[in-house]
Design a protein around this ligand. Structure first.
Ligand SMILES: NC(=O)c1ccc[n+]([C@@H]2O[C@H](COP(=O)([O-])OP(=O)(O)OC[C@H]3O[C@@H](n4cnc5c(N)ncnc54)[C@H](OP(=O)(O)O)[C@@H]3O)[C@@H](O)[C@H]2O)c1
Length: 308
């Protein structure tokens, strides 16, 4: 039973909806909203209390691109949590290639840095009891329609993963959506490595699928944002079938994978090959690199080159 849960990036989109759905479960006693902006967090808390009629939300402030702010936030978490959803992230957009003090670029730091530190600091303090869910994306196995190719690394060595994280892998050709696929791959592989390192906990990777009603399109370059918001999401994807769903459905994937023992540790669950919605399947059944434990460990090691 999951009685307490912490969700990063919980003031908007999928994070906030996941908080709402967990709060409505009878057994839930506490939902911690981990957010970078106090005012947005307070507004989300108020809205969630009104929507659910529950007063079980707490706020912890931290910016996942800033290691120190995450470590400080961990000090505020007094009681152990049963589950954590590493949801803060996204495509980031133009500033994604900019460096952060950690040495990761903004894109990698947003999707990986603070999320990993948070989990490891909680584990160190024995404050994580059951489940870690890392949020990934169908961009990893590839989304042809959006021009995102399946991630294909030359060697998947520690050095190559490190180059993805600092951005040098992409040279002058930083295409935000394609780089996002590589960063989510690094996050996914590292999480699968952690599933083996911490067999007492359940570590799962989940894509919410192509989800309407989040802030995500706002960070895309203007032509792509326009196409996605006004053409692809409302017209093209629904016509194709199995390509888009609501916020409720996207967040329910997280709730189901955490709550249901049929979803196993060490697996990346997302849509069937070529789909962006519908049933979830183990992605390694058609993207076999995901099973390579050396690649997984290389991703874990590369990420830790940036955590000091
Ligand atoms: N939407 C989709 O179709 C889709 C598909 C596949 C995967 N995903 C993944 O799902 C997750 C949630 O996406 P979403 O669509 O719900 O996006 P969203 O609506 O943009 O929400 C992202 C959340 O992350 C927070 N965040 C961003 N940077 C942060 C930072 N440095 N520190 C702390 N919090 C930060 C945002 O806070 P602010 O409000 O302060 O910016 C916001 O609460 C992401 O990991 C995304 O990659 C989404």
């Amino acid at each position: 039973m999951i009685e307490s849960i912490l969700i990063t990036g919980a003031n908007a989109g999928l994070g906030k909806e996941t908080a709402r759905q967990f709060a409505l479960k009878q057994e839930t006693r506490k939902v911690i909203l981990f957010c970078r902006n106090r005012a947005k967090a307070e507004a989300a808390k108020k809205d969630l209390e009104e929507q659910t009629g529950e007063k079980i939300f707490a706020i912890v402030i931290g910016d996942v691109t800033d290691a120190d702010s995450v470590r400080k936030a961990v000090e505020e978490i007094k009681d152990p949590v049963d589950a954590i959803v590493l949801n803060a992230g996204g495509v980031v957009g133009k500033t994604g290639a900019n460096p952060t003090p950690s040495g990761m670029n903004q894109l990698a730091a947003t999707n990986i840095l603070g999320n990993v530190i948070l989990v490891e600091e909680l584990i160190k303090r024995d404050k994580l009891r059951k489940t870690v869910l890392a949020v990934s994306a169908e961009a990893v196995p590839g989304v042809k329609m959006l021009g995102v190719k399946r991630v294909s690394m030359r060697t998947s060595s520690v050095e190559e993963f490190a180059a993805v994280l600092d951005g040098s892998y992409f040279g002058d050709k930083f295409v935000a959506l394609q780089a996002y696929a590589y960063v989510k791959y690094a996050e996914t592989m590292s999480t699968l490595s952690m599933a083996r390192k911490y067999p007492r906990l359940k570590f799962v990777v989940v894509s919410p699928g192509n989800t309407k009603g989040t802030q995500a399109p706002e960070s895309l370059p203007p032509p792509m944002r326009f196409m996605l918001k006004f053409v692809m999401m409302p017209v093209v994807f629904p016509l194709m079938g199995g390509m888009v769903h609501t916020l409720e459905v996207g967040a329910k994937r997280f709730v189901d994978v955490i709550s249901d023992d049929r979803y196993k540790s060490g697996v990346f669950y997302a849509s069937k090959e070529g789909k962006l919605s519908g049933d979830m399947v183990d992605q390694s059944t058609f993207f076999t690199d995901l099973k390579n434990t050396s690649f997984q460990d290389n991703a874990y090691e590369a990420i830790h080159h940036f955590i000091t």
